[in-house]
Ligand binder design. Sequence first.
Ligand code: UDP
Ligand code: MG
Length: 338
Amino acid sequence: MAKIEQILPAVRVPSASRVREIRKVSLIVPVLNEQDAIAAFLDRIEEVMAPLAKEYVYSVIFVNDGSTDATEFAIRSRMQSDGRISLINLSRNFGKEAALSAGLDHADGDACIPIDVDLQDPPELLPQMLGHWKKGALVVNARRTCRATDTWMKRATAGSFYKIFNAMADQRIPPDVGDFRLLDRQVVDVLRGMGERVRFNKALFSWVGFETAEVTFERPRRESGTSAWNYWRLWNFALDGIFSSSTAPLRIWTYAGAVLASLSFLYAGFVLLQTLIVGVDVPGYASTLILILLFGGLNLFAIGIIGEYVGRIYSEVRERPLYVLRSVHMTEKAATDD
Ligand code: UDP
Ligand code: MG
């Protein structure tokens, strides 16, 4: 007798997670020197998730990204009384993007939700996000509707970043959506299979595609501590984002070069004719100097852009691990063993 798959090859068989009654949600929380935020964060999560206990179980995976304060101690003391908390210690600070990857690699939930510990990603949104997931969305983005808690400078730079990024990148990213989003297991598995070292998660999350829903929120101020992001770090982060998601900055030079070469030919013809007709015009120091400086500057700039890509190619071919683990304390059997 023919197997059911042979008769109905196109039917998508729901994964075990979809037919199971209780779904498991892994919250992925990168932490860098957040000793004062841990307890308040866990309390708020419990408050929000307790009423949903019939439908969802949750686990919290802290990724300690090289904290030098008592963050690890704060997490471990909560782990003693709460079996849903896991801890991954990285060997040093690898940055939030690498910490998130470490969390995603170890999570075994049917969905993963990266969330900040400082309560700027309100846990109160979780029920709404889970609701969209239940209805079939594989990605649920949380978009900030208002940036009133940011300085005008942060608003302006963030706004320009999204405009420039989306004008250049092959795959748009939704403005004002951070790392706080729900990712179904199917999406997480795709992300885990993406081998690149220079990781700009926002762009990777969008690149993956799938049915996407959105919830909106107003971002509150930080509950405690200070942001680890200064403008220099944000600038480098933005460059990483653009150069890892688009080759447009390289292509611009093809056009710029073509236009400049055409103009140079025209000017060369003009100078040649002028010399033949009216003879050698010795003065010309200013125009020569200007052209040398202009083309010298443009050349260096273009080489700099190429250098950005070469540097990234170098990072990729070295194939160093994205992060180094110091120790892993998972409460339940996790996805690390596969
Ligand atoms: N974070 C991290 N590694 C870093 C920087 C930040 O794990 O190198 C964590 C931090 O502890 C927090 C989250 O990433 O949980 C967001 O950081 P932050 O609040 O400083 O960023 P902002 O909210 O200002 O964008
Ligand atoms: Mg924050």
